[in-house]
Unconditional design. Structure first.
Length: 539
């Protein structure tokens, strides 16, 4: 089985090399990252760009990504392995779907990297974390916990005083050791204007040529008004501030772009990194020129539009990506993987059967949405294909294992063990959650097609199509997942129907993920061995 996959992987690599490496240094296609990478903060240190994004309930969390050219990115570390404030992080007494780590701020000061984030939770679970590291690759060390700051920006001033800017124009100064706020320093540095009645958040503060610049996303809910990125600037961090719209543009047949920041290269060139909502794939990152005109960082080309293509900042960086195939030959799990909630470490292994990822059942659950040790990677546009090979020979009665386009509404390929019988189902599954604790109250499951299996090995494949298209009378993402299985790793049979993936901010608040799972509905102790995972982006 592994040999068949090695041949298939080699063919993919040859195809990719022949079609991509020749123009690897010639252009960046927007979106720069056509995958779920929301709430970006980005800095440049010694010629490398470092990026952090929101991953919420996925563990490990707060991924740090690195690039030399703004085209080829790799994940180099996570700020933490798990969060432990509540059993909800273990999917006990509720969940943290759509919550957890949120809108992290990334800074570099006096030879150290710092991150600050506040989970999107009420009470002590929402207290702010500050971590630091000597290297972006880690290890990261917890510095302090303090009160909640929504969509905040950590800011080190030239005089070494430290601030957090958050909410809608609120500021507090921190103690020099970052242990807590300095009481009595809270203030509003600006007030909303009359037209700022909608969304106004996503604070990102920088200093340039002695001036303070606060970038925020703005949404005015009125006819003819759109999401936009605004900038507030001042000669004093405490104000007064003046405002300018620095970007108001749609792109690629999808909605208007907003929320992100700006960054300079080692040679003084400036870029904007702003995300765009793209439906089922999630919130993707666009890159664009940042032009300083009359002291304002105006984003986009000369017409204020997002370019379809840009030249990479520099050449020579090898092709890499944040989404990767894996043959599980390493004894350490790759940084391209994240677990759904905290993993149960005793229930997975890369060493018990070298060359395979073993996923064990550990407790009895009712559905995929409560299954421990579901392992995920982002899906990506414009089109992608994910393949997983499973050895089913050690499943127990009542076990469910498979592959999913995973979200609060999921398209799922599930192998079910009933007695000695194995059945493959393609189903549509949707979870309902309570608003307060995100407890799973109901799972609607509709089986579209099922087949009996007569063997212990199977290959499962999901193709994703996130290109723009017509939907409901307007342009949107196609967001289609198509499902296949193979009994030999070569010949594929479609199963079920095309599934329309969705983005729902009220539940998971994330883009669709490739997810590999194994859970027990009757008795713990069974397992599946994952031979390989192969992912291919299709341009």
């Amino acid at each position: 089985m592994k040999q068949l996959f090695s041949i298939f992987l080699l063919s993919i690599l040859l195809f990719t090399t022949n079609t991509v490496s020749a123009d690897n240094d010639e252009k960046i296609d927007n979106p720069m990252l056509w995958a779920d990478v929301p709430d970006p903060d980005i800095i440049q240190v010694d010629g490398y760009f470092y990026l952090v994004s929101t991953t919420m309930h996925l563990m490990p969390g707060a991924p740090i990504m690195r690039s030399k050219d703004l085209k080829n990115w790799e994940t180099v570390s996570y700020v933490y392995d798990r969060l432990t404030d509540s059993p909800k992080y273990d999917m006990q007494e509720g969940t943290v779907y759509g919550r957890g780590q949120w809108a992290t701020s990334l800074k570099y000061h006096n030879g150290k990297f710092y991150v600050l984030f506040a989970p999107n939770e009420a009470g002590a679970m929402g207290d702010t974390y500050i971590y630091s590291a000597d290297r972006a690759e880690g290890p990261w060390t917890l510095v302090s916990r303090m009160r909640h700051f929504h969509d905040c920006s950590l800011f080190f001033d030239d005089d070494n005083r430290v601030y957090v800017i958050y909410g809608t124009g609120e500021l507090m100064e921190l103690k020099p050791d970052l242990s807590d706020v300095i009481e009595g320093t809270h203030m509003h540095i600006f007030q909303r204007e009359a037209d700022e009645t909608g969304l106004l958040e996503g604070s990102r503060m920088i200093k340039h040529n002695g001036r303070y610049y606060l970038l925020m996303i703005s949404q005015v809910y009125a006819a003819g008004r759109h999401r936009r990125e605004v900038c507030y600037r001042s000669d004093n961090i405490r104000g007064p501030y003046e405002k300018n719209v620095i970007l108001e543009a749609d792109f690629g047949g999808f909605p208007y772009v907003g929320q992100g920041t700006i960054v300079d290269s080692k040679d003084g060139d400036w870029y904007g990194i702003i995300f765009q909502d793209r439906g089922g794939v999630g919130r993707v990152l666009t890159v664009m020129p940042c032009r300083w005109i009359d002291g304002w960082p105006l984003l986009g080309d000369e017409e204020g539009k997002i370019p379809v293509q840009m030249r990479p900042y520099t050449s020579g960086q090898p092709k890499t990506g944040i989404i990767k195939s894996d043959d599980f030959s390493s004894t350490k799990l790759g940084l391209h993987w994240q677990w759904n909630h905290n993993p149960i470490d005793a229930a997975w292994s890369l060493t018990e059967r070298p060359g395979f990822l073993r996923l064990k059942t550990n407790r009895v659950v009712e559905s995929l949405f409560l299954a421990p040790n579901t392992i995920t990677q982002r899906m990506e546009g414009p089109q992608c294909s994910g393949i997983v090979a499973l050895d089913l020979s050690h499943m127990k009665d009542g076990d469910c294992a498979g592959f999913s386009a995973f979200n609060s509404d999921s398209g799922v390929l599930t192998v079910k063990k009933n007695g000695k019988k194995l059945t493959l189902e393609m189903s549509e599954q949707s979870v309902q959650l309570t608003d307060k604790n995100k407890e799973v109250t109901k799972v609607d499951e509709k089986v579209i097609e099922s087949i009996d299996l007569k063997q212990q090995n199977i290959w499962l494949r999901i193709d994703g199509d996130f290109r723009s298209g017509q939907a409901g009378g307007f342009m949107a993402g196609r967001d289609l997942a198509t499902f296949y299985y193979s009994l030999d790793g070569t010949n594929w049979t479609k199963i079920g129907s095309d599934y329309r993936m969705r983005f729902d901010w009220r539940r998971f608040f994330m883009g669709s993920k490739f997810a590999i799972f194994c859970y027990a509905t009757k008795k713990a102790g069974g397992y599946v061995d994952v031979d390989e995972f192969i992912e291919k982006k299709i341009n």
